[in-house]
Design a protein around this ligand. Structure first.
Ligand code: 5GP
Ligand code: MG
Length: 195
């Protein structure tokens, strides 16, 4: 990394090059799975964290596809999410009978993808698969797995490449571990910022 790491960041977990390579691999796998006779894919991306991942991934998908967004927010107390996921933006495209690919930045407790999966199921899609850039299985609260995972990571709070801490750091081209606040004893895990 040529640029010095911002003070608030502890270490880079995935460089821009590593992300690029992995996103290309995911794209190849998705193309194989939805290979011709390809039906049109409906990509639904979870705001706001997945925007960079979405932009890079769909450029690796030479398939007919449509893109829509969904907004979800989970209200946490302390270090644990309260478990209630609220839809802050509904899906505008029709999903009935469609092949839907739900994209999120990170699968953590699983509450968000679980809730959105149920929401999408209500629209009776032809199929539904999920794709996340990062998977943090250590904190899972509902038994859910993504169909496509970029990287599996340990229980640390990461930022960059779309992921924020208090809305900052989304523009970093790499993914980094946020430095624990001064005075904190040992590594700590921050609660997920409201999506
Ligand atoms: P889940 O509902 O699976 O617990 O939470 C998913 C959401 O929590 C993600 O979309 C993201 O907004 C947030 N989140 C979980 N872990 C992290 C993390 O390590 N870093 C950041 N920036 N957000 C996270
Ligand atoms: Mg999010």
């Amino acid at each position: 990394m040529d640029e010095p790491l911002p003070e608030a960041l502890e270490r880079v977990l995935f460089t821009a090059a590593a992300i690029r390579e992995r996103v290309a691999e995911l794209g190849r796998q998705i193309c194989i799975d939805y290979a011709p006779p390809a039906r049109e894919l409906t990509v639904v991306a979870v705001l706001n964290g997945s925007i960079l991942f979405l932009a890079d991934l769909i450029r690796q998908l030479p398939l007919p596809l449509r893109v829509d967004f969904v907004g979800a927010s989970s209200y946490g107390s302390g270090t644990a999410s309260a478990g209630a996921v609220t839809l802050t933006r509904g899906i505008h495209l029709d999903l009935a009978g469609r092949d839907v690919l739900l994209i999120d930045d990170i699968l953590d407790t699983g509450l968000t993808l679980h809730a959105l999966g149920r929401e999408i199921a209500r629209a009776h899609p032809g199929s539904l698969r999920t794709c996340v850039l990062l998977d943090k299985p250590a904190r899972r609260r509902v038994p859910i797995q993504a169909d496509y995972v970029g990287f599996t990571i340990p229980d640390t709070f990461v930022v960059g490449y779309g992921l924020d801490y208090q809305e900052r750091y989304r523009n970093l081209p790499y993914i980094a571990v946020l430095r624990p606040p001064a005075g904190a004893a040992g590594p700590i895990t921050l609660p997920p910022a409201p999506a």
